[in-house]
Each structure stands twice: as structure tokens, then as C-alpha cells.
Design a binder for this molecule. Structure first.
Ligand code: FPP
Length: 243
């Protein structure tokens, strides 16, 4: 959608800074991820309250397998615990869960948990929550292209878009990254084409409603031109004023 004046219809977040949050407190990194889970819960609530229809979060990247083994297994456990603990409330709140990423490489247990959570929430429509897990933007582009090639289909922009793991939602309007780093780190590479980017210095466990509102307010100050000039956008702006 075109800013200004509206709520982003799809917010995507790189939840960075859990490790630093924990280290600053002399805690193990996993304590930071647990606190990150609390922050995610608060963020989902905030999106529900504000009427944001799609939220996508980066929970585990294709590259995160390279972390120390105990951190990787801790994140897997955190996911399993979160599924058991959070799904009943998400179900009540009208949240539809999608897990986006490569399922191969995950344990049978985790895979079954993801399938169950998706099925249980399939008829919800208040908020679509995409959890990117074992996900990478390059993986998504490559798997979509490989699928089209295997079917002997021409590789066009539209066909690729439709074959991608995020084809069930519109592209993100606003991508937020916490933790002070200014990069995408292989997140939604294809879908980020026209997203507005917001970088927050807050570590993910400290990200709260006020910071979300700051990101939305900043989004509303941006002019989204999609390759056009400001002057070309003026009639659309005038129409909005009249409406
Ligand atoms: C990046 O921070 C964060 C992650 C790799 C994990 C994100 C996970 C959560 C927010 C918890 C929710 C989890 C699930 C499974 C739903 P970092 O560890 O790279 O932080 P650092 O840059 O400070 O080290």
C-alpha cells in the first residue's frame, strides 16, 4: 500500500539482538532468546490491537545452523515449547500460523509440530503470522526456480513470485530490523523490493509497542514512489484527500 496515512498491511521483522541482551546481563545467550520469545508475544499482541493483518518474523535462518550446537538445539527446543504453549492462545486470538522455510533438516518432531500448528489455526484470519524458520531469501528464490524448471515452466517474475514460499501474502510494506545492524541478512530478498526499511537500535527483547509505533509513524512519513516521480503521485494524494 502507499504511505502516508495508512497502517502497513504487512510488517516483517528481523528480531536481532537476543544474544547481546543476554551477554550484557551475564546470562547465557539462550536466556536472550527466551526473552526474545516474550518480546515476540508482545509484538503479536500489538499487531492484533492495531489491526495489522500480516506479521512475518525471522526466527531461524539457513545460516543459523553454524551457531554453537547448544544454541541451535536450544532454539529448536524453544520452538517446540512455544508451539505447545502459545498455539492455544493464538488460536483464540484469530491468528493463522504459517511456517516458512525448508522443512528438510528439521527433526520429525519439530516438523509434526509445525504441521499441527498450521492445521489447527488454518481457519483463522485476523492476523497471518509467518514464522520464517530454517529460512533464507536465496533458498526461497532457488527452490521456486527449481520447481518451475522441473515442471518445464518459463521462469517469469509472476511465475517465480507464485512459486515462492511467501506467495500466500502480499509483499511486506515495512521491514524492521532491531539490534542496530543495517542489513537484510538474507531475509525476504525477493519480497523486499519495495519495502520501507526501519532500523532500530533497540535489542529485540527490548522492542516494545512504543518502538513499533515509532516504526509505523516513520513508515507514514515515507513517500512510496514505486519508480514514479513525486509529481506523478500527486493526483493519487489529492484523491485520497477528497475521499
Ligand atoms: C537473532 O539474535 C535472533 C535469533 C537468531 C533467534 C530469534 C528467536 C526469537 C526471537 C525467539 C522466538 C523463537 C522461536 C523459535 C519462535 P542474535 O542471537 O543474533 O543476537 P546478537 O546479534 O545479539 O547475538
Amino acid at each position: 500500500m502507499t504511505a502516508p496515512g495508512g497502517l502497513p498491511q504487512h510488517i516483517a521483522i528481523v528480531m536481532d539482538g537476543n544474544g547481546r541482551w543476554a551477554t550484557k546481563r551475564f546470562l547465557p545467550r539462550l536466556a536472550g532468546h527466551r526473552q526474545g520469545m516474550e518480546s515476540l508475544r508482545r509484538c503479536i499482541r500489538a499487531c492484533l490491537d492495531r489491526g495489522v493483518p500480516v506479521l512475518t518474523v525471522f526466527a531461524f535462518s539457513s545460516e543459523n545452523w553454524n551457531r554453537p550446537a547448544d544454541e541451535v538445539s536450544g532454539l529448536m527446543e524453544l520452538l517446540a515449547t512455544a508451539l505447545a504453549k502459545e498455539v492455544p492462545q493464538l488460536l483464540k486470538d484469530g491468528v493463522r500460523l504459517h511456517f516458512v522455510g525448508e522443512r528438510a533438516g528439521l527433526s520429525d518432531n519439530v516438523r509434526a509440530g509445525l504441521d499441527q500448528a498450521e492445521q489447527a489455526t488454518a481457519s483463522n484470519s485476523r492476523l497471518v503470522l509467518n514464522v520464517c524458520f530454517n529460512y533464507g531469501g536465496r533458498w526461497d528464490i532457488a527452490q521456486a526456480a527449481a520447481r518451475l524448471a522441473a515442471q518445464g515452466q518459463p521462469i517469469t517474475e509472476l511465475a517465480l513470485h507464485q512459486a515462492m514460499a511467501m506467495s500466500h501474502v502480499p509483499d511486506p510494506d515495512l521491514i524492521i530490523r532491531t539490534g542496530g545492524e543495517l542489513r537484510l541478512s538474507n531475509f525476504l530478498l525477493w519480497q523486499a523490493a519495495y519495502a520501507e526499511l526501519f532500523f532500530s537500535d533497540k535489542l529485540w527483547p527490548d522492542f516494545d509497542e512504543a518502538e513499533l509505533d515509532r516504526a509505523i509513524a516513520e513508515f507514514n512519513r515515507r513517500e512510496r514512489r514505486y519508480g514514479q516521480t513525486s509529481e506523478q503521485l500527486l493526483p493519487a494524494a489529492d484523491e485520497r484527500k477528497l475521499a
